[in-house]
Design a protein around this ligand. Structure first.
Ligand code: PEP
Length: 251
């Protein structure tokens, strides 16, 4: 039985005080939640102070990116061991904003995934097609390419520790949500890929989140699908009520 993981991706939002307030509010509101896993991923600079707020609670801590190299001359980057050093358990990798705005390739995502696993982090690895790709009928090809590229060389044991987030790019921050059937179709395809590459036992334990305009009003229907094991939430993770609405809808 896979436990649902509801993770908030705060992206480049908040300032120090509002970040700590949001974390404090969530900590109080979610204190009795034991049925699902919860995580928040603040901007890098605020990971440590937010981590202090949620320390010892049922809210996990994640970063939105990390670099694959060990300490050295990599201006502006953060080593994976720095993330664990300040309490991170998760790191989001290959988010479509990094793939499409920062130009990250699946090869780079793969180096980061392997570095994250070596550092003991749980990578939340995002894959997803553009609207033009869906419309031209290559949704599965795109997701297969991103999956194979991002997980190349990852062992079966390590694969079990990974989380995948299927995030159709056309649904991120747009208010357009994949229908539960559209999402389930791709989730089932991705689980089939895991089974094909790693065996059914691995496929049965890997959690595949859906991301793309998830809100309290659509979360339950999406997450009731058999292969949807949680949500990666952007906009609706920035307010206690909105994020708790999603958590409460799927508990
Ligand atoms: C995201 O940030 O990964 C995301 C899915 O954003 P939103 O929920 O705002 O669409």
């Amino acid at each position: 039985m896979r436990r649902l993981l509801i993770a908030g991706n705060w992206k480049m939002n908040m300032k120090l005080e509002s970040a700590k307030e949001l974390a404090q509010g969530l900590k109080e509101a979610a204190k009795d939640v034991s049925e699902v896993d919860i995580a928040i991923c603040p901007p890098s600079l605020y990971v440590e102070p937010v981590g202090q707020v949620v320390a010892g609670s049922n809210i996990g801590l994640g970063a939105q990116n990390g670099y694959f190299e060990k300490a050295g001359a990599f201006t502006g980057e953060l080593e994976m061991a720095m993330l664990t050093d300040v309490g991170c358990q998760y790191v989001i990798l290959g988010h479509s904003e990094r793939r499409h705005i920062m130009g990250e390739s699946s090869e780079l995502v793969n180096q980061k995934v392997r570095a994250a696993l070596a550092a003991g982090l749980t990578p939340i690895v995002c894959v997803g097609e553009l609207l033009s790709e869906r419309e031209s009928g290559v949704t599965n090809d795109v997701n297969r390419r991103q999956f194979d590229g991002s997980f190349s060389g990852v062992s079966a044991e390590d694969m079990k520790k990974c989380v995948i987030a299927y995030e159709p790019v056309w649904a991120i921050g747009t208010g357009k949500v994949a229908t539960p059937e559209q999402a389930q179709e791709v989730h089932e395809f991705l689980r089939g890929l895991i089974a094909d590459r790693y065996g059914q036992e691995v496929a049965d334990v890997v959690r595949i989140q859906y991301g793309g305009s998830v809100k309290a009003g659509n979360a339950k229907e999406l997450l009731s699908k058999p292969d949807i094991d949680g949500a990666l939430v952007g906009g609706a993770s920035l307010k206690v009520d909105a994020f708790m609405g999603i958590i409460n809808a799927v508990r």
